[in-house]
Design a protein around this ligand. Structure first.
Ligand code: ZN
Length: 188
């Protein structure tokens, strides 16, 4: 995992997904791990990219399924305070599940020389999975921070991880393991 070739993608760790309209207690539980992953990534010079729902009020088709959430410019669409953005972070707004769909994420990753993406955030079987799908199709190696992602239910989380492994060849690593990799590369 070359340091310059890796980025952390943080999916939908927004107020509405954690404590708001789509409140998810399991999402709240991964916040400390996600915060540590971002802190160590930044410390090691690994880019942190937030892939954030930023829906258009009254328009976006996802609302039919999930109700209104993460409308661009609202408090619900803000990254949770615990993962506060740093000046070195990047933000990619999205209107669908995948961080790549009709966004400039691929362009940004190419400009940063990224070949491997580490996925974290919500939900393992929804937006993380769809982001992984596009990452895989575009030729990126996919790593999932297994204890910094979750779903509404244990079943969705487990089946989500299994799908990512089986279909996109994703490797699963804990935040502990990823932090050790960052530190090893920063040191070497
Ligand atoms: Zn959405």
């Amino acid at each position: 995992m070359a340091r310059g070739g890796t980025a952390v993608l943080v999916v939908d760790m927004l107020n509405d997904f954690v404590t708001g309209a789509l409140r998810c207690d399991r999402g709240l539980a991964i916040v400390p791990n996600a915060a540590r992953l971002l802190r160590e990534a930044r410390r090691s010079g690994v880019p942190v990219i937030f892939c954030n729902d930023a829906h258009v009020k009254g328009v976006d088709m996802e609302f039919k399924l999930w109700g209104e959430h993460a409308v661009a410019g609202t408090e619900g669409a803000r990254v949770i305070d615990e993962l506060e953005l740093c000046p070195s972070d990047y933000v990619v707004p999205k209107r669908r599940y995948s961080g790549f769909f009709k966004t400039d994420l691929d362009l940004l990753l190419r400009e940063l020389g990224v070949e491997t993406v580490i996925l974290a955030g919500l939900h393992t079987h929804l937006c993380v999975r769809h982001t992984a799908a596009d990452a895989f199709c575009l030729g990126y190696r996919v790593i999932v921070a297994s204890d910094a992602t979750d779903s509404f239910t244990e079943a969705d989380y487990i089946s989500g991880l299994e799908y990512l492994k089986a279909v996109y060849g994703a490797s699963l690593h804990t935040v502990d393991e990823l932090c050790r990799m960052f530190a090893g590369e920063a040191g070497g």
